[in-house]
Design a protein around this ligand. Structure first.
Ligand code: A2P
Length: 339
């Protein structure tokens, strides 16, 4: 399989290299693209250097699969051209997610939707993916009707610049130096703030709206109600979320625990005796979404409360995209052309 990574030098882009290698993805050739600034840089894949290139003008990435994570405007401008040249584009940006002709896929929830693609498949927002790995099996078992979600989101969601800013401002704060945020409006060191996306007339920010609209599309539930409060916290790379979910029928914490324990992509971490539950440090670098604090919601019959944590760069982005490609391969829907 000829593979191209667009945005290869970024937080998500570099993660693709490790994930493709670890999972023995059938790569026959790998092309790495980033901005002109990075052209000529070398990144390592399977022990050999691969040179980063600027994107070609003609849109031919000479690839069967393109993993794209270089920002929404770049994907909006170029993804169709990459697909016209024969690639299946698995896009990590928000550019195509709500397009009715583009499947939006979390393999654990709606993997087969990917089969209906017309050249582009969208990878959902990171908070949506991490929530739905837990909510999809609960929905299948009990029928999800409504949820409130409070997120605790890592800086990696804002790319390398967000990661650098947490490190630099923490150091500055400890050294007593002035705090000069560049990527975020406020200091992320020893602080937290409402998510750094635009706020609409209804008071919800873009990240909160994505959780609602993308979940509806992925679960095929146009009436699903979700109210989210998205918050950026001083954590490097794993998002956590407190979820209160209401179901169609009666649901017990024990029945939910059984469903979650058997569900793919989940590790139940729910040790009440040791007061040990999902934590972003434990989720970081791993593939599973950690799920715990499972209990019946005392404020609402038929509702559950739970807490999840998942690596934003892996399951929230690069890993989910690679799993979409693996699902296509397993279904015989992605094959390298015969030379
Ligand atoms: P570069 O490193 O050359 O700026 P992150 O999400 O961590 O900020 O990474 C964004 C990725 O998107 C980087 O690999 C970045 O490359 C790449 N990128 C940004 N602008 C462009 C562009 N105009 N063309 C190609 N790649 C781009």
């Amino acid at each position: 399989m000829r593979v191209a990574i667009v945005g290869a030098t970024g937080a998500v882009g570099t993660e693709f290299l490790g994930i493709l290698e670890e999972r023995r993805f059938p790569v026959t050739s790998l092309s790495l693209f980033a901005s002109e600034r990075s052209a000529g840089r070398e990144l390592e894949f399977r022990g050999s250097p691969v040179t980063v290139r600027a994107l070609p003008d003609d849109g031919d990435l000479e690839a069967d699969v393109v993993f794209s994570s270089a920002g929404g405007s770049l994907s909006r401008a170029h993804a169709q051209a990459w697909a016209r040249h024969g690639a299946i584009v698995i896009d990590n940006t928000s550019a195509w997610r709500m397009d009715p002709d583009v499947p939006l896929v979390v393999p654990e929830a709606n993997g087969d939707d990917a089969l209906a693609h017309r050249g582009i498949i969208a990878n959902p927002n990171c908070s949506t993916i991490i929530a739905l790995v837990a909510l999809a099996p609960l929905h299948r078992a009990f029928g999800l009707r409504r949820a409130t979600v409070a997120t605790y989101q890592a800086v990696s969601g804002a790319g390398m610049a967000g990661i650098d800013e947490l490190r630099d401002l923490t150091r500055a704060a400890l050294d007593g130096d002035p705090l000069r945020p560049r990527k975020f409006r406020h200091s992320i060191a020893f602080n937290l703030f409402s998510h750094d996306s635009d706020i609409g007339d209804d008071g919800y920010n873009v990240e909160e709206r994505k959780l609602l609209l993308e979940s509806r599309k992925i679960l095929g539930l146009p009436e699903l109600r979700i109210s989210a409060t998205c918050v950026r916290v001083p954590v490097f790379r794993a998002h956590s979320e407190a979820i209160h979910a209401e179901f169609e029928g009666p649901v017990s914490a024990d029945a939910a625990r059984e469903v979650l324990a058997a569900a793919p992509g989940i590790r139940v971490v729910d040790d009440r005796q040791r007061n040990t539950f999902p934590m972003p440090l434990d989720a970081s670098g791993g593939d599973d979404v950690l799920v715990g604090r499972l209990r019946e919601d005392t404020s609402l019959p038929g509702a559950l409360a739970l807490f999840v944590a998942g690596d934003q760069i892996r399951k929230g982005a690069a890993l989910n995209a690679v799993q979409i490609a693996e699902h296509l391969i397993a279904q015989g829907a992605l094959r390298a052309p015969v030379p």
